[in-house]
Design a protein around this ligand. Structure first.
Ligand code: SF4
Length: 246
């Protein structure tokens, strides 16, 4: 795939001026092109949030054979665990990865970056490696918050690993529009008022401009990132043992 040379201004112009149908077509086109190039080595990262389930639905329209992975942690809310089990039952081609290695008590409170590194970034590396991934597909969107304004639809942050962000240009409203039109099941936590979902100990219900303001609220990481979009993913990670989840 060709890397994009869009300036930030051009990108935001597309965010504001493409209509909903044009954005859907563009997203499908990006996934289709990547699937033609990478085939089975294209893998969707499914966080079970609204953006991920929209991308997963788009990918399934391109090919029912496309595979995906879910990263789960010991701190996921019960609603997310139940939703994950339902999704995996519906789509057995979704693999679940989880790191069960011991951690200091309340690490998420005094060093959330380290906690996310162990519980989220490390199993993401396992997933990408074990699924022989050449191109991973995410639900990242540039209007989500302050940390997500500088991405492109096609990236190569790690050499040899393409990252495709096919709904980068979508507004929050357009994600809900897509999910409603296609009657895609969503995590029940949205009905309680959450706008961005994560581990139960680090996520709050908030209102206001930033979709991600409820993530790590009250810490220096507020509205920030777990690291899977910012940390290198092709580092040589320690080989995982069977005790470290599936
Ligand atoms: S979101 Fe919180 S609990 Fe979950 S991995 Fe990150 S710091 Fe740990």
């Amino acid at each position: 795939m060709k890397m994009q040379n869009l300036s930030s201004e051009e990108l935001w112009d597309l965010v504001e001026n493409l209509n909903f149908a044009q954005k859907v077509d563009r997203s499908l086109g990006l996934i289709r092109e990547a699937y033609q190039e990478f085939g089975d080595r294209l893998v969707v990262a499914n966080s079970l949030g609204k953006d991920s389930v929209a991308v997963w639905h788009l990918a399934k329209r391109v090919s029912p054979d496309i595979r995906g992975f879910i990263i789960t942690t010991r701190f996921k809310p019960p609603e997310t665990i139940r939703f994950m089990e339902e999704e995996v039952a519906r789509f057995p081609e979704l693999r679940v990865f989880r790191n069960d290695e011991p951690l200091p008590d309340e690490l998420y409170r005094f060093d959330p970056d380290r906690c996310c590194e162990v519980l989220k970034v490390t199993p993401t590396r396992w997933a990408l490696e074990e699924m022989n991934t050449a191109c991973w597909v995410t639900g990242l969107r540039c209007t989500e918050g302050r940390t997500r304004t500088d991405y492109r639809e096609i990236e190569e942050r790690d050499k040899g690993l393409i990252k495709l962000n096919p709904i980068l240009l979508w507004h929050e409203r357009e994600v809900w529009q897509y999910l409603a039109l296609h009657q895609v099941p969503v995590n029940p936590l949205y009905a309680k008022g959450y706008r961005s979902l994560g581990c139960v100990v680090c996520t709050q219900i908030t209102s206001g401009a930033s979709e991600r303001a409820g993530r790590w609220a009250g810490t220096s990481k507020c509205g920030g990132e777990c690291g899977i979009h910012t940390r290198p993913l092709k580092l040589s990670s320690p080989a995982r043992s069977p005790a470290q989840g599936n």
